[in-house]
Design a protein around this ligand. Structure first.
Ligand SMILES: Nc1nc2c(c(=O)[nH]1)N[C@H]1C(S)=C(S)[C@@H](COP(=O)(O)O)O[C@H]1N2
Ligand SMILES: [Mo]
Length: 234
């Protein structure tokens, strides 16, 4: 018996937290893993780059489950960082002055990964910009120097190595990465919004065989990257 509530539909618990993503990103790593810097743009008065502002933000700790769209769930991760809502109200609004109706948000990682979220979903109190995991600074594998954590949404919304956030009035110019059916505009776990056009329960069976090979691939490339890093420093 466990005391946890049931897993969301179609999810299965694993007891590791693998580095994961679409295979093209297995070999891509962030250039800057030091101080986080974020470019804020889109339909804003003043595009700005922020860095030191982030260090003055109120800090929060949060325990949450992490649900990948391919059906693996890692329970009880301990994140540390700032609430996205605080970042929006205390940094984005005063410095960049986004248009009031700029509610379509595009987040990009240093590795070129990108995703979109609705501003109202990002302002939920459980959405963080995290720089710590399980009591340690965030590793490269898990998104250093700063990543999004949106526990109510599938993992592909939680962009790692966040480098740029654009606030747009419309989604007209946004092209998601990869195949369109794999991307849901909201991707809420509770509603099994895994993708578009294809029902979520069907995607479970399409994705499950990909988990093993993807985990191995990401692990192997991470190992190579760390070894290359050690060689460079010699
Ligand atoms: N920058 C970036 N963010 C990313 C990805 C990625 O490849 N690059 N993969 C996404 C996917 S599909 C998942 S499930 C989670 C995995 O997070 P983890 O690698 O910390 O386990 O990151 C998401 N964010
Ligand atoms: Mo994922």
């Amino acid at each position: 018996m466990n005391n946890y509530p049931a897993l969301p539909p179609g999810q299965r618990e694993i007891n590791t937290f693998p580095r994961f993503g679409l295979t093209p990103f297995a070999k891509r790593f962030p250039e800057n893993v030091g101080e986080a810097k974020i470019l804020i743009g889109g339909d804003v008065q003043t595009p700005v780059e922020v860095g030191s502002e982030l260090e003055r933000m109120p800090r929060v700790a949060q325990c949450a489950d992490f649900h990948c769209v391919t059906t693996w769930t890692r329970r009880g991760l301990q994140w540390g960082g700032m609430r996205f809502a605080d970042f929006y109200q205390q940094v984005v609004v005063p410095l960049a002055q986004p248009a009031a109706d700029a509610t379509f948000v595009v987040l990009k990682g240093q590795d070129g990964a990108r995703t979109s979220m609705l501003l109202e979903d990002l302002l939920s109190p459980d959405v963080l910009l995290a720089d710590r995991l399980d009591g340690q600074p965030l590793s490269i594998a898990h998104g250093a120097p700063l990543r999004l954590v949106a526990p109510a949404h599938y993992g592909y919304k939680s962009v790692k190595h966040v480098a740029r956030i654009d606030f747009w009035r419309s989604d007209a110019n946004y092209r998601p990465f990869g195949l369109r059916f794999m991307v849901h505009p909201r991707a809420r776990v509770a509603f099994e919004e895994r993708g578009q056009w294809v029902p979520g329960w069907l995607l479970r069976y399409l994705y499950r065989p990909l988990i093993g090979p993807t985990v191995s691939r990401f692990e192997r490339e991470m190992q190579r990257h760390l070894e290359a890093d050690v060689r460079d420093k010699k």
